[in-house]
Design a protein around this ligand. Structure first.
Ligand code: FMN
Length: 252
């Protein structure tokens, strides 16, 4: 895990399957704090973070999110809600329609990065039935709207680096669509920096890819023992304690 913000951004991927490893509440609180530190229009901070720790409710969300399987393994969900009333009061329709969405999106991105920096996996869920989700958790309709759901936990797999569009395709200079394919001819110093940074990210990603390939090859040679499910272990401990008590009672 690295605290270098560029490495965190380069490494982060959505996590869509979670392990049964218990999730520490202090890490979740740090993730929420990161969301709450996000920028917002006029510093409105018109978001709220509805933390769903009730695992049955997390599983129930599966049915209101186009059956997304990540809900079947995630240990926790955080519904980020926007206070549209407050934004409307302060900034009219632009506040209600645009700023609230952007504010919550900024909070979501901060949370994704914080989760990754803490060694957790997370995914941004935007596809869900707003009315059903509001109904499930008593979110007051109209005044507040669920904008996004963050699923969070420990990942159950190692994700591979994603392919990224060349930056020259998406950066324009001074006029929309005006690409600079050879930036070194115009801004020599910036171009050097740009190339160096791109080179660093490329090296980082290919080193990670190599590490994943090597780990997979090693796992094929020596398959790892299946991970112990802490819930099964706890159940087993309770069962043997009960057995012991029963035997003691019988002896008396
Ligand atoms: C606005 C928004 C909505 C998203 N909704 C979903 C979703 O409903 N389900 C899902 O699995 N991923 C969702 N994602 C995650 C994207 O699929 C993911 O970020 C994208 O494929 C890039 O992959 P990466 O996050 O691993 O970089 C959403 C992301 C954003 C920004």
């Amino acid at each position: 895990m690295s605290s270098d913000i560029f490495a965190v951004m380069a490494d982060r991927r959505s996590c869509k399957r979670f392990s049964p490893q218990p999730l520490e509440m202090d890490k979740v609180l740090q993730v929420i704090q990161a969301g709450h530190l996000a920028p917002s229009a006029g510093n409105l901070q018109n978001w709220s973070f509805l933390v769903i720790t009730d695992i049955e409710k997390v599983r129930e969300l599966y049915h209101h999110t186009l059956d997304q399987e990540a809900f079947l393994t995630a240990p926790m969900a955080i519904v980020v809600c926007g206070d549209v009333d407050y934004a409307h009061k302060m900034y009219g329709m632009r506040g209600k329609r645009l700023y609230t969405i952007q504010n919550c999106a900024a909070a979501m991105e901060n949370m994704l990065l914080a989760a990754h920096a803490l060694g957790l996996g997370a995914v941004w869920i935007g596809a869900f039935d707003e009315d059903k989700v509001s109904g499930m958790f008593g979110i007051p309709n109209e005044a507040h709207r669920p904008q996004a759901i963050l699923l969070i936990g420990y990942p159950d797999y190692e994700v591979e680096p994603k392919s990224i569009r060349p930056i020259q395709e998406v950066v324009y200079f001074n006029s929309f669509g005006n690409k600079v394919l050879r930036p070194h001819l115009i801004f020599y110093d910036w171009a050097t920096e740009w190339r160096n940074q791109a080179q660093k990210v490329r090296q980082h990603l290919s080193a990670r890819k190599e590490a994943i390939v090597a780990r997979k090859a090693e796992e094929e040679k020596h398959p790892p023992k299946p991970r112990e499910n802490p819930l099964v272990k706890a159940k087993e401990q309770i069962r043997s304690a009960v057995e012991k008590l029963k035997k003691e009672q019988y002896r008396k």
